[in-house]
Design a binder for this molecule. Sequence first.
Ligand code: ZN
Length: 400
Amino acid sequence: MPHDHADHSPADRILRGGRIYTQDPSRPWAEALAVSGNRISVIGSNADVDSLAGPHTQMIELNGRFVMPGFNDAHIHFTPSMLPLLRQCGITTAQTITEVADLPEYVRLAGEGALTVRLEVRLPLQTWSEFPRYRALAAQTGGMVEVIGLKAYADGMLRKRTAFLLEPYSGSASGRGSLTKAAADTAVFDRMLDGAVSVGADVSTHAIGDAATRFVLGHYENLIARHKLAGHRLRVIHASLVSPVDFSRFGASNIIAEVNPYHAMAIPWLKNIVGEERTRWAFAFRTLKANGARLCFGSDYPGPDGRPEFPLNPLSGIQATVLHENPQERLSVQEGLAAYTIGSAYASRHEDLKGALQAAMVADLIVLSENPLEVAADRIDSIRVIQTWMNGNIVFQGPA
Ligand SMILES: [Zn+2]
């Protein structure tokens, strides 16, 4: 049954005859949906929406195509040059790690109507006292640009052997990497976390090594206790290596693991860096999930050195987790799609607005060439995006 709604005026657009995978547990599949303005007004059967067709309604026959919420990439380093690729990949929200100096340009692009993706911005943690001002600046864009939180770094990178490990790197007697300077001064770090809480900002912290992940979990646990935080959206970014004894701490404190699905391909490489034994707990998406971590997926596109290194295509990331190099850490296609849509929406407090296809949510959705739940696992990344809808408008049309 469609949700009741008071407005029975004709819809602007109707999509019908599809296989719509909604991410709404109360109705996982639908046939049709109606769009009024930038929102979904009704979702249900063809009959449910046909009565909303008026003389000016654009009717779109889906011919049985697979439709789902637009992808929400929870970790990206956005530049305006990426816009065509984002549309083509079906990404309708990009959660970008951004310097303060870039924010005015995003706001300007939104004002010109040039943004075809919603930008959710995280600014450096040390700018916390300015957070309300930046948030207000972005709020002029009607939801196209939003400052959602603050980001810190606890350690470096595995490839540079600067990620902070509990035990030394392979072939090293004592080199374990280290905390960043900002994190190593723990009193200052805690004061910045307190500052973030005082201005209502959620914090995300980059932690790649198992020692860095443990460090961040500890500081988050203390922060939650100090402020009696409820409903927080604190994230550990990457969580690439986690000590087996620390996994349960994610679930116990409702901490989000913002992970990069494509990294699951890096296990063979990682064996050279940290040895065979520790890779068992690398990119441990299944174990994180089983321990109650909230998962959200991001590409980290283009990559740490700014060169395109990780694929932006969410379907490549989902394929990588379904075929995880460590079979014990594999996720299902359904779990991957959820982490890349509603999981990311939850991480920025928008699970009631997007990430699923329900009445009153924004009409951010994609039409795919094939159903990812049905194709062979090694063909998921060959599925094409045929249409990308953002805010009720078609922003990308590929060959049918
Ligand atoms: Zn990054």
